[in-house]
Design a protein around this ligand. Structure first.
Ligand code: V47
Ligand code: SF4
Length: 378
């Protein structure tokens, strides 16, 4: 099968008017050789979408065959009160009137309301509350683990962890160790935005810088806490910033192998300070998925986070290198609908998810948070 696909791409290369430089890069990709940052940049600038899709799909199928992963999960957002004022953020409170915070009891109540025995993961991300330290959140995850001992807790972006560790007077190493003891199982990929401090200064200057974001993940990986990585794209950054971001992540992954998945996050422009910037096209979204899949020869999964990108684009992305759709969500998040995502009540039940994947001619696989297979349909 792979042989045939390779031959088809090679024939396309011979016949078409594809440029010499793209031909050279394509041959490397077909032989599973790592492409350089500059070659990644050329793909972004000169790659034709259909052809990039073929290449990304070839890479994807070599790693994940026809499989597409999803899980059954809940999202908990503890507060929208945030010390920082990222310009792209539609979620954090703007004044006292729209500020809210869930107490531990309310968090537990919310989990109980949405929980069913099929849910395997709770994802917890929120604002960086200036008054809450690491032990406050640590005790909440400890309580969740006591009530739901089998649940995997994927919680707190590197930015939250950086702040709460400092607030408790702990180094990153000690902070992460303490969170692990409280019950933290893995770390989501948020807060990465663009790992370039010039860009960060303009869109999220106050929060953890690139070096700190990377250090939180590196330290977590050293402690056996796996994580994801994201990239917020389609605002003021250029392709060179995206490639530099991907390269920093690829270098760290070479060192630690701790990233499970990479999640491109499309900038959505509603109700935030960057609202004057147009959102990029679907063509750009698909191209971005494809280049990321091709560039990362060492991160196993590329995730299309459907509540953010929208169901239709998420389904098409399965032909552009994506092999993971995150989860059922169960109507437990509102962050993205505020920023302009289509789904106001994001939720896909298991059967909808299965049909969604089957209709894209892929094999649905229910996974746990570490990509162990729970259920695979042929
Ligand atoms: O860091 C905020 C992004 C992230 C906007 O690891 C925005 O499995 C687009 O990281 N337009 C948090 N994006 C969410 C996140 C995440 C989500 C799902 C799964 C995982 C995972 C991680 O959301 C932030 C920021 O990059 N974000 N505002 C916006 N207007
Ligand atoms: Fe706070 Fe996160 Fe919003 Fe930035 S993106 S303002 S850190 S909630």
């Amino acid at each position: 099968m792979d042989f045939m696909k390779k031959e088809i791409i090679e024939r396309t290369l011979q016949k078409s008017n594809i440029s010499e430089e793209i031909k050279i890069i394509s041959k490397k990709i077909l032989n599973f050789q790592r492409i350089t940052p500059n070659e990644g940049l050329i793909l972004y600038i000169k790659g034709e979408l259909g052809f990039l899709g073929m290449l990304a799909n070839y890479v994807k199928e070599n790693i994940n065959k026809q499989l597409v992963y999803y899980n059954q999960n809940l999202h908990i957002e503890p507060t929208n009160i945030c010390l920082y004022k990222c310009k792209f953020c539609s979620y954090s409170s703007k004044n006292n009137e729209d500020a809210w915070e869930l107490s531990e009891q309310q968090i537990i109540k919310k989990i109980k309301k949405h929980f069913n025995n099929q849910i395997t993961e709770i994802h917890i991300v929120g604002g960086v509350h200036p008054d809450r330290d690491l032990h406050y959140y640590g005790n909440i995850i400890k309580k969740i683990k006591q009530l739901f001992p089998t649940i995997h807790i994927k919680a707190f972006t590197a930015v939250e962890i950086d702040y709460m560790s400092k607030k408790s007077g702990l180094s990153l190493l000690d902070g992460l160790n303490a969170l692990k003891s409280y019950g933290l199982d893995s770390i989501p990929g948020g807060g990465a935005e663009i790992l370039d401090d010039q860009i960060r200064k303009q869109i999220c200057g106050a929060k953890s810088n690139s070096k700190t974001w990377l250090l939180v993940h590196e330290t977590a990986h050293q402690l056996g806490i796996p994580s994801n990585a994201t990239m917020l794209y389609g605002h003021i950054e250029h392709y060179k910033h995206r490639i530099a971001h991907l390269n920093l992540l690829r270098e760290l992954q070479d060192k630690t192998t701790g990233f499970n998945a990479f999640i491109p996050l499309k900038f959505r422009n509603k109700r935030n300070e960057l609202a004057g910037i147009n959102e990029v096209s679907v063509i750009e979204d698909l191209k971005n998925y494809a280049v990321c899949r091709i560039f990362f020869d060492n991160i196993p999964h590329i995730k299309a986070y459907w509540p953010m990108i929208g169901k239709e684009t998420a389904q098409i992305s399965l032909s552009f290198g994506v092999d993971d759709l995150d989860g059922t969500i169960n109507d437990s998040t509102k962050i993205y609908s505020k920023a302009g995502a289509d789904d106001i009540n994001p939720m896909m039940d298991k059967n909808e998810m299965i049909n969604f994947i089957k209709n894209a001619n892929r094999i649905p696989v229910e996974r746990d948070s570490l990509y162990n297979i729970i259920n695979k349909l042929s």
